[in-house]
Design a protein around this ligand. Structure first.
Ligand code: 4NP
Length: 152
């Protein structure tokens, strides 16, 4: 079982989008039983507000026929570092924030999702850009590249 935790700032836009896009990809390839997939935030504000998936993330997932379930924001915890095999951040600041919560990445589990692509870069935060289409296509690119990296 490969355990993957997608992480962004709020856990209402990018990381739940990645969680459900990746889930769809592995399900379509018949690999779902080999993965445990979840997502988390680096900040605790949205967990405190019991915030669910952002409506524009829900809209694009629906438009792209990506199945999703209810998900509530939760902040990444120290214990997540030992539990998960891959902690996939959306941008550099997520990586820094994750490290400030879980400590040094001694087991080399923390990556940016787009680090697995031929064009490593941050995934811009659609909370600020408003461009959820761009986020979706970046996430598809990253999830495809991550699965190729795993060679399964
Ligand atoms: P996300 O976007 O990190 O992709 O989920 C954000 C969502 C909420 C906030 C910031 C970014 N916020 O400030 O509440």
């Amino acid at each position: 079982m490969i355990k993957v935790l997608f992480v962004c700032l709020g856990n209402i836009c990018r990381s739940p989008m990645a969680q459900f896009v990746f889930k769809q990809i592995v399900e379509e390839k018949g690999l779902a039983n080999q993965f445990e997939i979840d997502s988390a935030a680096t900040e605790g504000y949205n967990e405190m507000c019991h915030a669910g998936i952002h409506h524009s993330t829900r809209e694009i997932l629906t438009a792209m026929h990506v199945p999703f379930e209810q998900h509530y924001s939760r902040r990444i915890r120290l214990t997540d570092y030992a539990y998960y095999d891959y902690i996939l951040a959306m941008d550099d600041s997520n990586v820094e924030d994750i490290q400030s919560i879980v400590g040094t990445d001694t087991d080399r589990k923390i990556y940016r999702l787009l680090d697995f692509t031929s064009n490593p870069r941050n995934i811009k935060d659609p909370w600020y850009t408003g461009n959820f289409d761009e986020t979706y296509w970046d996430i598809v690119e990253g999830c495809d590249a991550f699965l190729k990296y795993l060679k399964i």
